[in-house]
Design a protein around this ligand. Structure first.
Ligand code: 5GP
Ligand code: MN
Length: 555
């Protein structure tokens, strides 16, 4: 019986499988399953180069190394008797099974079990138990008493990043319905203010408001943008943001709204061309497209697909920008379709510059370059103008603290939530030693860096079963500790540099940031005081105890 070889890729690996045409189909499936390191309940899908599905059977059509198939593990199906795993789409028991299998293999091959395997095994078991026992982490979906029907989706569940088509359709229909209604002058004026409160508006309303910005800046007539094209483009943008805690469509809206507010506040139309304002607003809308909720450091350390694709150079920002132009390539979404060649070239160049400028790793470089041209700034100098545009983009991106307190505070909660999700993801990856990722390499820098945040320390302590000092409680301490440094060393130098060129932003943009710094400094002080109070009462308790033990109590 003839044997045949099938060539395929799994993730980034090239593989080949050899089998005979009379081998049982199950054996062949098993071969592919092991190539994908898939669990027994995972669904495997094999695609040919045209993207068509191929049945994994003895009759798989022949191919060559140049026409490799692509093997995907599409979803993990959990056994019906494991409601928790089913709900999570992620099964920590599976990690244990894989560890056991690895243990067996290592034992057979080496006759001895490396200590590290035992250590990680202990960590998995401990981590699992603790996750299941910590009530305040019930949002993770692992807490044992989880009430049925909870809408909270665990962050590592891939389904959290998948679109719900029915939901999206509903959003689109509502958006189109609402966009036929005239927006009041009052709302249009409010939309131009940096004090705008995003939390009052739902997704279709935010789409209408974004549309209104393009209308009120005259872009539809100036750049010959057809309204239906603008609408499908905006909806596609909406669909391309993920449901992550911070870098979601609401953040896209808020950053764009700040850019829009700045446009009016500093009268940008009197300084630069319309096309530059089109670049700024469109960059703001696109600047975090497809953000997965884990930052560049994670991408690079975990050697993710994005880091590999962009050679560790601003992987996320390159990704956002690439998605932006992919969307614009679609005919029904191309708001730039009626620009001439030169205009298009300018928009592309400008958007790439603005979006890549949002990588915080470039923060100091950009701020210093801007400061260096301050005393001879010339808006007609292309380089100067681009630097100003990059600064405006950065200011809009990290402007939450310039908002009124009731608007800014929930944003900080979202950001800290996303940081925390990332830490937990790393811990889970550390446990999953069969993963491609080299676990400790990924975990170490991150755990170290994130442990600086008190709230994480307190959560870890809770996980470890350690007592948590009240001053380290998530709600009380995270905010001042994370904000004071950020405002002092990141926000204010950036905002003040822009304020030097455009003093008009002082009152509406810079002052609120200074107030926020005062507010968090006060909060920090209160925390310190509470800490001291607790420490001294703990000390006197200890002394009392010592005295008691010495039988030395004086009445
Ligand atoms: P983005 O990821 O939104 O493009 O870039 C902004 C980054 O700056 C965020 O990911 C976050 O790390 C940081 N950032 C923005 N606003 C704040 C803030 O209010 N506090 C702190 N600590 N970091 C912030
Ligand atoms: Mn952003």
């Amino acid at each position: 019986m003839a044997t045949k070889v099938i060539y395929f890729t799994v993730g980034l690996c090239e593989e080949q499988a050899e089998f005979r045409s009379d081998d049982p189909a199950d054996d062949i499936k098993e071969t592919f399953r092991s190539a994908a390191e898939a669990g027994p309940n995972d669904i495997l899908k094999l695609y040919n180069s045209r993207g068509n599905l191929i049945n994994i059977s003895p009759r798989i059509p022949d191919n060559t190394p140049d026409t490799r198939y692509k093997l995907d593990v599409v979803a993990a199906q959990c056994p019906g008797d494991k409601p928790l795993a089913e709900q999570l789409g992620f099964d920590i028991n599976d990690i244990e099974q894989r560890l056991n299998a690895l243990e067996k293999r290592v034992f057979i091959e080496n006759g001895d079990l490396p200590r590290s395997v035992g250590v990680i095994q202990g960590q998995v078991e401990g981590f699992k138990n603790k996750l299941q026992g910590v009530e305040h982490l019930s949002w993770l979906g692992l807490f044992k008493d989880i009430s049925s029907g909870t809408s909270l989706q665990p962050f590592w569940d891939k389904r959290a990043l998948q679109r719900n088509d029915d939901h999206d359709k509903h959003i689109y229909e509502k958006y189109i319905r609402m966009s036929q209604v005239q927006i009041t002058d009052e709302v249009r004026q409010y939309l131009r203010k940096p004090t705008f409160d995003n939390w009052q508006w739902d997704d279709p309303e935010m789409l209408v408001l974004l549309q209104q910005m393009y209308i009120d800046l005259g872009f539809l007539s100036k750049f010959n943008i057809e309204l239906p094209v603008l609408q499908t483009w905006l909806f596609e943008i909406y669909r391309s943001y993920n449901s992550v805690p911070f870098h979601n469509f609401k953040h896209c809206f808020m950053v764009t709204q700040m850019m829009y507010g700045l446009t009016w506040l500093v009268d940008l139309q009197s300084m630069v061309d319309d096309i530059d304002i089109l670049i700024l607003l469109t960059s703001a809308i696109c600047h975090d497209l497809g953000h997965p909720g884990y930052n560049n450091a994670y991408q690079i350390n975990a050697k993710t697909e994005l880091a590999l694709r962009y050679n560790d150079i601003s992987p996320l920002e390159n990704h956002h920008c690439s998605i932006a132009f992919e969307i614009l390539e679609k005919k029904h979404c191309n708001i730039l379709a009626n620009l001439n060649k030169d205009q298009y070239r300018r928009v592309r160049e400008g958007m790439i510059k603005c979006i890549l400028a949002t990588d915080m790793a470039k923060h100091n470089e950009i701020v210093n370059n801007f400061k260096a041209i301050m005393d001879h700034f010339d808006i007609n100098n292309k380089e100067h103008k681009y630097l100003l545009m990059m600064i405006l983009m950065k200011v809009s991106d990290i402007s939450n603290e310039a908002r009124p307190m009731n608007v800014a505070t929930p944003w900080l909660d979202c950001l800290l939530q996303e940081f925390f999700n990332q830490l937990l993801m790393i811990l889970l990856k550390t446990a999953d030693i069969s993963n491609e990722v080299r676990p400790l390499e990924v975990a170490e820098p991150w755990i170290e860096c994130l442990l600086e945040e008190f709230f994480i320390q307190s959560d870890i302590e809770k996980l470890e079963g350690l007592p948590v000092a009240p001053f380290m409680d998530r709600d009380k301490v995270t905010k001042p500790s994370s904000q004071i440094g950020f405002i002092k060393y990141v926000l204010l130098p950036l905002f003040e540099a822009l304020g030097q060129l455009l003093p008009v932003i002082e009152k509406d943009i810079i002052e609120p940031v200074r107030n926020a710094l005062d507010y968090y400094t006060q909060m920090q002080k209160a925390v310190e005081e509470e800490k001291e109070k607790n420490a001294s009462s703990e000390k006197s308790k200890q002394n009392g105890l010592t005295n008691k033990m010495n039988g030395d109590i004086k009445v």
